[in-house]
Design a binder for this molecule. Structure first.
Ligand code: NZQ
Ligand code: ZN
Length: 387
């Protein structure tokens, strides 16, 4: 296990009816709030009215900015920054999933910064301050509700990039599993794929003697797998929705990578796909993660065999460890297929003509991944496997 500092300051408020607490939570930070949300699901299913009521009950002044689209874009962020400056906003509330939360986080970064907020994503500077952000989560997936990062697409060149900084952790996140009953099966599946990917990025490490976090990762993966199958059968199964929702936060709040070094190549490659072709991040990961596994598993066959045995109940064959390793990858693919996700680029209707462009953008700051360092050519080969 390597040295680490673990910190996660996001207050989690979990359970039935908890969105009613939003007013009292926000009121501690000021009087004027920006209410940021996506394409309308929160209005359709009544969450918007409940949030608004709670905020009004505390006498808060509300300015709204809806319309965040999946794979959120910089132009929306800049619009939000202008509004916040003009209206002298004290606090930003994101009601939605990763896209809305990341848009809110980036607006919050941009307001006190005199330059272009994209500077942070280009690595030109680090932030010194941020407007506080709070979250009402509607889709467990990205883990952005308590993560230290945000992902935005700059339409100028379609660059989808992430930025990480402790300041990006929300002040609080309200997680009511009931709110997720309305998720379409495909979005539920995409969310599960994303949170599984967050765990697997951490699981495939070259750091040895990390037994506790190995076991925590395996437990989180097994919980997501069994409960995803349950909610696809029974969308209003509270217990199963709750297990998934909490798993999504645990998967990406940095607890699972304490003492180890994660990989993150699959995420970097996927971001090129969803940046360019606007597919759901979780769907892109269902295609790329197994392809990455097939490309790198020989680096540590035992770790892949352990993944197969502990997560997928594959039988361990002492005479042929590689067989178990490969069986685990196959199980992962079958699971993604079973829950309705694409597992090839073809199934997702992604053309094959931009592999070089995606690989070049993905590696523009150097090799990606830690389990195996991947150069541009390696990324192209993984995209070929994903065809
Ligand atoms: O926009 P609305 O109308 O709300 O519809 C959304 C959207 O179409 C819908 N939805 C959300 N909650 C719903 C609902 N529909 C019915 N009932 C509900 N309760 O679901 C769709 C997807 O929403 P989105 O916010 O895009 O999903 P997700 O949470 O998967 O976020 C994806 C974004 O997060 C980034 C991804 O790259 C992607 O841009 N990520 C952010 C991370 C972070 N900040 O830490 C880490 C992740 O690895 C990821 O990269
Ligand atoms: Zn992700």
């Amino acid at each position: 296990m390597i040295n680490f500092t673990f910190r996660n300051d996001t207050k989690i408020i979990f359970g039935k009816g908890t969105e009613e607490q939003i007013g009292t939570e926000v009121e501690k930070y000021g009087k004027k709030v920006l209410l940021h949300y996506g394409g309308g699901s929160i209005k359709k299913y009544g969450l918007y009215d409940r949030v608004l009521r709670s905020l009004k009950d505390e006498g808060l002044e509300i300015i709204e900015l809806g319309g965040v689209r999946p794979n959120p874009v910089l132009s929306m962020v800049n619009k939000g920054i202008d509004i916040c400056r003009r209206e002298k906003i004290d606090f930003i509330i994101a009601v939605g999933g990763g896209s809305t939360i990341d848009s809110a986080k980036t607006i919050a970064l941009g307001v006190p910064y005199s330059g272009d907020v994209w500077d942070f994503y280009e690595g030109r500077t680090e932030p010194e301050e941020i407007i506080p952000v709070g979250v009402v989560l509607t889709i467990p997936a990205s883990g952005s509700e308590s993560s230290d990062s945000a992902v935005i697409t700059n339409e100028d060149g379609m660059y989808k990039k992430g930025f990480t900084n402790e300041l990006l952790r929300p002040e609080f996140a309200i997680l009511n599993p009931e709110i997720t009953y309305t998720l379409p099966p495909y979005q539920t599946a995409c969310g599960s794929s994303d949170m599984m990917a967050h765990v697997m990025e951490r699981y495939f490490t070259t750091v040895s003697d990390v037994e506790l976090t190995d076991r925590l990762c395996e437990a989180t993966l097994k919980t997501i797998i069994s409960n995803t199958l349950k909610v696809l059968e029974e969308p209003e199964n509270y217990s199963a929705r709750a297990e998934i929702m909490w798993s999504g936060t645990i998967a990406h709040n940095n607890l699972l990578d304490t003492g180890r070094i994660g990989d993150w190549a699959s995420h970097k490659i996927e971001m090129e796909i969803s940046g360019l072709y606007d597919i759901a991040h979780g769907a892109g990961l269902a295609i790329i993660f197994p392809a990455w596994m097939e490309y790198v598993y020989k680096k540590d066959i035992n770790r892949f065999a352990r993944f197969a045995v502990e997560v997928w109940n594959v039988e361990y064959d002492f005479n042929d460890v590689e067989k178990a390793a490969i069986a685990g990858i196959k199980k992962l693919k079958s699971f993604f297929k079973e829950i309705g996700l694409p597992i090839t680029l073809k199934e997702a209707k992604i053309p094959y003509n931009s592999f070089e462009e995606m690989a070049r953008k993905c590696t523009e700051w150097g090799a990606v991944g830690n389990f195996v360092r991947l150069e541009t050519d390696d990324v192209i080969k993984i995209l070929e496997i994903a065809k």
